[in-house]
Design a protein around this ligand. Structure first.
Ligand SMILES: [Zn+2]
Ligand SMILES: [Zn+2]
Ligand SMILES: [Zn+2]
Length: 88
């Protein structure tokens, strides 16, 4: 993983394999400093800055004919303040 401080690919998981506790950069010694891959769909809420996500549609029929119109037209929702955003 890439370190967000020194920009080298020297960040590795630390701790026992069954219970990894944190990441550490072996170059600068920072912990939990890896660059997070931005998810393409994610955009910040204009109110609180939290990454919004697709709202779970109530009448999804993807089991019949995916993707269903409910999913295609699903609004984005902020998990923090509950604001919905519709792509017009
Ligand atoms: Zn580093
Ligand atoms: Zn669906
Ligand atoms: Zn928000």
């Amino acid at each position: 993983m890439i370190c967000s401080f020194c920009h080298t690919a020297t960040v590795e998981w630390k701790g026992p394999m069954s219970a990894l506790t944190h990441t550490e950069c072996s170059n600068c010694g920072s912990t939990n400093c890896q660059v997070q891959d931005p998810t393409e769909d994610e955009q910040p809420c204009p109110h609180c800055g939290t990454a919004v996500r697709w709202k779970e549609p109530e009448c999804c029929t993807c089991h019949i004919n995916p993707p269903c119109s409910a999913c295609v037209n699903a609004p984005l929702e902020c998990p923090n303040c509950g604001e919905e955003f519709h792509n017009d």
